[in-house]
Write a protein of this length. Structure first.
Length: 262
């Protein structure tokens, strides 16, 4: 499965570009979920939602739609990650299980200045639950400090079957090592002057890479920190156009979806 989408669905500059001018705001999720196949929810980073909200999101979207949720800032914006247990429990007790089969990876985004500490990462990974409401959970870490370019970190993530975000960003280092049974891309280098955010040639490169990862391959496109892990027959792939020139994210996602279908 290759899921492609955007970050959130409430963004005023999308009106007239992605949303019809007169579309009611209450219909924005309905509309967006029929144009892309996944959404990374940013609001869960800042606020606690209710079971009824998660259920409403599930009810408004197609059967094969996927939500990735950004875990709350209170769990990750801290000096000692290993002390995040209460925040993690509160998040998973808020009703995320109401998304049922539409619950995708949980994104744990660490602060840019957070450095790698093997013991603290081990403690944090041990806090991540394997399931909620009978649903198997998938976790992915976005690390943004160069000290995480470490074979020890890769080994820890693989042992826990936790993914590492592959970020196409001008600000942060890229980690392309595969550590779990899925791949999570955050493409953050869109350009405002390009209608599709990325040039078509660049989008076609990501199409080829996504197909390769989905087949279980590990393409040679990017340098790796550690030796390759175990070979898999397939992987789910999640691709999000987010940040960068955000007004171009929907067009980039829709173009990638079309190129994947060709």
């Amino acid at each position: 499965m290759i899921s492609v989408g955007i970050g959130g669905w409430t963004y005023e500059p999308w009106r007239g570009l992605f949303f019809p001018e007169k579309l009611p705001k209450a219909k924005e999720l309905f509309h967006a979920s029929r144009r892309v196949t996944s959404i990374e929810v940013n609001g869960t980073f800042y606020s606690t939602f209710t079971p009824s909200t998660f259920k409403r999101w599930a009810d408004e979207t197609p059967d094969d739609f996927i939500f990735s949720l950004k875990a709350p800032r209170f769990a990750v914006n801290r000096r000692v990650l290993g002390e995040a247990g209460p925040s993690i429990e509160k998040f998973f007790g808020s009703g995320v299980g109401e998304l049922k089969s539409k619950l995708g990876p949980i994104l744990w985004q660490l602060p840019p200045l957070k450095k790698y500490d093997a013991n603290d990462i081990a403690a944090f990974l041990s806090l991540l639950p394997l399931d909620v409401a009978g649903l198997k959970l998938r976790h992915v870490l976005e690390v943004r400090h160069e000290t995480f370019l470490s074979q020890d970190f890769i080994a820890q993530a693989r042992k826990a079957n936790v993914g590492i975000v592959l970020a196409d960003s001008p600000k942060y280092p890229m980690l392309a090592d595969l550590t779990s049974d899925f791949v999570y891309l955050r493409l953050q280098n869109a350009q405002a002057e390009i209608e599709t955010g990325y040039p078509i040639s660049a989008l076609d490169k990501w199409v080829a890479l996504a197909r390769s990862w989905a087949r279980g391959d590990e393409p040679q496109e990017f340098p790796l920190v550690a030796p390759k892990g175990r070979k898999l027959s397939s992987r789910d792939v999640f691709v999000y156009f987010i940040n960068g020139a955000k007004e171009r994210a929907p067009a980039a996602a829709e173009t990638l979806i079309r190129r994947l279908s060709e």
